[in-house]
Design a protein around this ligand. Sequence first.
Ligand code: CAA
Length: 388
Amino acid sequence: MSSILFPLSEEHEMIRQTARDFAQEKIAPIAAEFDESGEFPHKTIQKMGEMGFMGIEVPEEFGGAGMDTLSYVLALEEICKVDAAHGVVMSVNNSLYAYGFLHFGTQEQKQKYLRPVASGQAIGAYSLTEPMSGSDAGTMRSRAVREGDFYILNGRKSWVTSGPVADYVVVFMMTEPEKKHKGISAFIVETKTVGFTVGKKEPKLGIRASATSEILFEDCRIPAANRLGQEGEGFKIAMTVLDAGRIGIAAQALGIAEAAHQASLSYAREREAFGQKIGEFQGISFKIADMKTRIEASRLLTYNAALAKERSKITGERFTQEAAMAKLFASETAMFVTHAAVQIHGGMGYSKELPVERYFRDAKITEIYEGTSEIQRLVISRMELGLR
Ligand code: CAA
């Protein structure tokens, strides 16, 4: 049971229960199979779209559910308790993709490119990273050159979540390299455009049912109307969107940690060794206490970041630090908890007969994508010290 102090509204309880039921009924039976095969679970992802999970905060006029950030976090947490791979597809659609349109998109762009993704009929992706540009996102090499009413895109992007299955990608490219990060612009690309191809699919440790790949642009010609925001505004868009994305990853980490904790509780209550339940040994019970405490702290930071994002809709204030703290703490908690969960389960924690080893593998990425833990510490400390 969560010991959260502020009460959830009826609407929050409802979306949480709906997501919980859906995850249990539809995702739980197939999660291990898709993790093993690495296949993309098209059917369940489509069903999640039909349920309204792909654009929870997007206004109804653009195909979304018109709910608040906490609703999104609660639903994502429930999905990730069962399978973090389904969760990351949901997270990218809701935040990395949709949030950019809500903030920087024109009415036409929202109707044409946000509506189908928010309503679950299409899949969106976000592409910032390159083989030689990761944490130092401002150093990208991909180029977009304006030619009349078009841009010609060239370059190679990597680690694109949903890259092989996306219908639309928001991609960041240099328009004026001499201006460094101020020379980056954002573009919306339909993946059926000539000159766009999907590159190498990444074989991954965890979240294996989600599809991650390189994407390649070779003289890919797109209308100038598909530029998102102003020329040179791309870095700011990328960072603004990542603030929203990081709350999603915090919720994902929280879900994974909760699942591992629940499994550990059941096992510690049932499994006997040396003539007693293993939960009666202090070596196990103290682990359970530390897991629970860190999970509750993660929950408070994550819900707080959700409330800060909600507040920003009225005040326009950034929620950068709240999002970074939530992601940092929740992802490190997910690693701590899943590591302890494997240990509590002993040999069974190492076996594919139980989902505990999957939770352990899935947790690791939350410390890496959408900004590593080191980048989160950089963001938090710079703001704390008044350096940014
Ligand atoms: N919101 C709005 N603007 C922001 C911002 C934010 N959160 N953060 C920075 N900016 C603005 C600054 O105000 C500054 O603007 P001006 O030039 O007008 O003053 C500009 O951006 C540059 O800021 P910095 O000087 O702080 O930039 P930096 O080069 O030092 O980089 C950084 C800062 C925090 C390291 C940043 O590069 C960063 O977050 N890196 C990590 C990138 C990342 O998370 N990558 C993951 C990619 S997505 C993914 O994982 C794949 C997937 O599909 C899930």
